[in-house]
Every structure is written in structure tokens, then in C-alpha cells.
Design a binder for this molecule. Structure first.
Ligand code: ATP
Ligand code: MG
Length: 435
């Protein structure tokens, strides 16, 4: 048979392998606890949706919808109709669709969170992948500024639980649609005067979505953008009061922030409060979490109007920041390693290991190859390499006596004791690592 060519993963889509995957699990555990502490409940939506959900939800004239979505036409059904589908580039639209579809707000507001893969066809680089992962929190059905603050404080709580120190918070207020219209006119006027300095994207968006120009990643346009009219100067009484209340809540909680009038976020659905958590430790891809209010998104996709606010953080970037800051994540090691010198002892060993695992002991069983289980010496070598604190030796003598030898491999290495096979629950606790 000819040697088949090697198949690799898709560019920008990564395998998450052990031992690194343990850091993902640890982070997810911390997040679950943090969400529970804030009474947020888990929601899981499909990774594929109708393309329309995103074109209508995120805005046609955004980087994500114009250039980054993985979209395709499904096979036609028996009437020749084919669905236009997309891998989700983000999950707020999916959450909103699910909330509207299942009428989740019928008995009041909901606090929800999700974790999972997202897909964007970007140029892969450090902190920017084509399959990446987000953890997101969304509070729907609450219109008051205290929920904006609650969401921001939830993220701050997470940074503390994860041990992340190097972050700063930037805030802005995008106002309401009528305020945006006045600002939009001022923006178009300003950019028209400086049309010679606009890049191709900006020229194309000048009349369709001038706010997007403020979100440019082109360094050559930074000075121009810095001089642009500020949305903050177009805010009315109610928007200013909402923004003021969010700031007051953050101050009361002792959370430092900076107002960044250029912060507009990459998607169209935001209004009033928007925010980003940024770190200096990751170079250009320094935004680890971003979010804001999206009071009009639900009706935009055909649901009953309801206010909402949320954020999403980039898991890859947060994990990289954890490594950058030297945060130690516990390595999973088994409590014990089962050494089985002879195949005849396998059934007794298996029975005992199942009983120990039921008591919460993590046990790695020795497994051999075609030629058998291998020598005691090689088994002990593997026991040592596993990191286990104890070896359980199921020798013929021990098993015949209804016992197993428990041998310490780390603290007090070499010390050993025999324990009864009939009652593993009685001695299981001694094998467990101190929490
Ligand atoms: P950026 O400005 O870096 O492109 P964004 O505004 O497109 O980010 P959001 O849509 O707000 O990002 O997504 C929230 C978070 O998800 C980002 O702050 C970032 O941490 C992460 N993120 C976004 N795109 C990617 C990607 N391609 N690869 C890895 N993480 C990403
Ligand atoms: Mg982006």
C-alpha cells in the first residue's frame, strides 16, 4: 500500500493537548464557580446558525460579517430549498435567538453564561485564531445601570479568582439610536473633509457605517480617528445619567477604569455602556474581554423587545496571560498507581480499583502490551513517572491473603502497609491528596 499523505489540522484551528488541556479545565472550573457565585445559569446553543442571524444581528458592515464568517449553503431539501448556514463567529446572537425562541424572559430577567468554540476567518497569529474559544456572560431583561456594573464586576471577580493582575478597564457610552444619528452626521462630515487620509475599508464604510471607522486597526489612521467628533458630546440627559450610575457603582466597588471615547466595539448591536478589559502583557492582541449593552438586538432578530448587557472573553488570550503572569495551575496527578505483577491478579486489582475510585481516589492502572504486563521494575518506573504518591501492589502473595500493599512513593518513600481488599472504603481516604 502506498504511504498516505499526512492530514493535518486546519490552519488557525488548534488541538488542545494534555498537559495544556488541564489548564483549560482548571479555568473552566474557576469560571463555573464564579458564575454560580453570581447566580448565572449555563446556556448551550448550537455552533451553527442561520447566516441571517449574524448578518442581521452583528451588522452587515462589520469585519466579522464582511470578511470573517465561515458560511455555506446546505444541501437542498426535497423542495430544492437550501439553508444558508454559518459557524458562529460569536455567541451573543445565538443566546438572544434562543432566549426569544423559548420565551425565556416570560417570568423576568435571566442571567446566563456559555463557554465554547467560535469561528472567524482571520489571519492566524498570536492571540488570533480561526477556531477560538469564548466564555460569555449575558443578563437579559434588565435595563438598569446596576446590571452593567454587575457584569463588569463579575469579570473583575474572575480576574481575581484566576490570579490575573495585569488588566485595565476601559469604558465608553454609545448612547441611543437618536444620539448616534446626530453623531453619525458629524462623523461623516469630519471624515469627508479628511477623505484623502481614509483607507479602503474606511472609504467604503464612510456612508454605510462611519462609526466602524473608529474601530479601525490601521495604525496610519489613528491620528485621524483621535481627532474625530466624540459620541460622548452628543449624549442626552438619560444616557449621561445611565453612564454616570455605572461609573458610580464601579467607584463604590473600588474598580479603577478609564473612559475611552474611541471605544466602539467591533459589532453593531451595542448601545449605552461598552467596555473592554485590556492587558499590556500580550502585545497587539491585548483585549481579553469585551462587552456592553445591546438593548435593541432582540427585536432586531424578531423577538419581543428586551434590554440586555453582556461580555465575552477570549479563553486563549486569558490562558496566555495566565502563563505570562506565572500563575501556577495545579497539575492533575493520580493519587495512586496500581502495580500488577501478574495477569492472574488483574480481576482482584480491577475490583479494588473500582471501589477506590467510587471513594474519590484517582487511580492509574498499569497496562501492558502484547508481551504481558512487564517487570515489577518497569512498572514501578511508570508508577514514579505518573506522579502518584502511592503504588498499590497487587502481588500474588498479597492477593492470596486478601490484601494489597500500599507503598509510599513520595513523602516517606518506601514505607509500606498492607490493607484489606474486602474493605477499600476503610483506607481510601489515606490515599487522597490533601485538597
Ligand atoms: P479584536 O479587536 O481583538 O479583533 P473583537 O472586538 O473582534 O477583538 P469580540 O468580538 O469582542 O472581539 O470578542 C471578545 C473577545 O474574544 C476578544 O476580546 C478576544 O479576547 C477574543 N477574540 C476575538 N477574536 C478572536 C480570535 N480570532 N482569536 C482569539 N481570540 C479572539
Ligand atoms: Mg476582531
Amino acid at each position: 500500500m502506498a504511504k498516505a499523505s499526512r492530514i493535518t489540522a486546519i490552519k488557525g484551528m488548534n488541538d488542545i493537548l494534555p498537559p495544556a488541556s488541564a489548564r483549560w479545565e482548571w479555568l473552566e472550573d474557576v469560571v463555573r464557580r464564579a458564575m454560580a457565585a453570581h447566580a448565572f445559569r449555563n446556556l448551550r446553543t448550537p455552533i451553527m446558525e442561520h447566516t441571517q442571524l449574524f448578518t442581521r444581528g452583528l451588522g452587515e458592515v462589520t469585519d466579522v460579517v464582511e470578511k470573517e464568517m465561515y458560511s455555506f449553503e446546505d444541501r437542498p431539501d426535497q423542495h430544492g430549498q437550501a439553508d444558508h448556514l454559518s459557524l458562529r463567529p460569536e455567541n451573543t446572537a445565538g443566546v438572544v435567538r434562543a432566549v426569544a425562541e423559548h420565551n425565556l424572559l416570560y417570568d423576568g430577567g435571566k442571567r446566563l453564561y456559555y463557554m465554547g468554540p467560535m469561528f472567524r476567518r482571520e489571519r492566524p497569529q498570536r492571540g488570533r485564531y480561526r477556531q477560538f474559544h469564548q466564555i460569555g456572560a449575558e443578563a437579559l431583561g434588565f435595563g438598569g445601570p446596576e446590571v452593567d456594573a454587575e457584569l463588569i464586576l463579575l469579570a473583575v471577580h474572575l480576574w481575581a479568582q484566576l490570579g490575573i493582575q495585569n488588566w485595565r478597564l476601559e469604558l465608553n457610552c454609545l448612547g441611543q439610536p437618536d444620539e448616534r444619528r446626530a453623531h453619525r452626521a458629524a462623523l461623516i462630515e469630519y471624515f469627508e473633509v479628511h477623505a484623502d487620509q481614509l483607507d479602503e475599508d474606511a472609504r467604503r464604510r464612510l456612508h454605510s457605517n462611519p462609526l466602524r471607522i473608529l474601530d479601525t486597526k490601521n495604525p496610519a489612521m489613528q491620528a485621524l480617528v483621535d481627532g474625530a467628533p466624540r459620541l460622548l458630546d452628543h449624549l442626552g440627559e438619560a444616557s449621561r445619567a445611565h453612564f454616570g450610575a455605572v461609573q458610580a457603582a464601579l467607584e463604590a466597588a473600588g474598580v479603577a477604569y478609564r473612559i475611552n471615547p474611541r471605544l466602539v466595539r467591533g459589532l453593531d448591536y451595542y448601545n449605552l455602556t461598552v467596555f473592554e478589559f485590556i492587558t499590556d502583557s500580550l502585545g497587539a492582541q491585548g483585549t481579553i474581554c469585551g462587552g456592553g449593552r445591546y438593548d435593541y438586538l432582540i427585536e432586531q432578530i424578531g423577538g419581543k423587545p428586551a434590554p440586555a448587557v453582556g461580555w465575552a472573553m477570549g479563553v486563549e488570550r486569558v490562558l496566555e496571560l495566565l502563563a505570562e503572569e506565572g500563575v501556577q495551575v495545579p497539575e492533575p496527578v493520580p493519587d495512586a498507581y496500581a502495580v500488577i505483577p501478574d495477569a492472574a491478579q488483574v480481576p482482584a486489582a480491577l475490583r479494588c480499583l473500582q471501589a477506590l475510585r467510587a471513594q474519590g481516589v484517582a487511580v492509574q492502572m498499569h497496562a501492558g502490551g502484547e508481551a504481558g504486563l512487564g517487570s515489577m521494575k518497569s512498572q514501578f518506573k511508570k508508577a514514579d513517572a505518573s506522579g502518584a504518591r502511592f503504588a498499590l501492589v497487587f502481588g500474588a502473595d498479597e492477593v492470596a491473603a486478601g490484601e494489597v500493599t500500599v507503598k509510599a512513593l513520595r513523602d516517606g518513600a518506601g514505607a509500606q502497609q498492607r490493607q484489606a481488599l474486602t474493605d477499600p472504603a476503610a483506607w481510601a481516604d489515606r490515599l487522597k491528596s490533601p485538597a
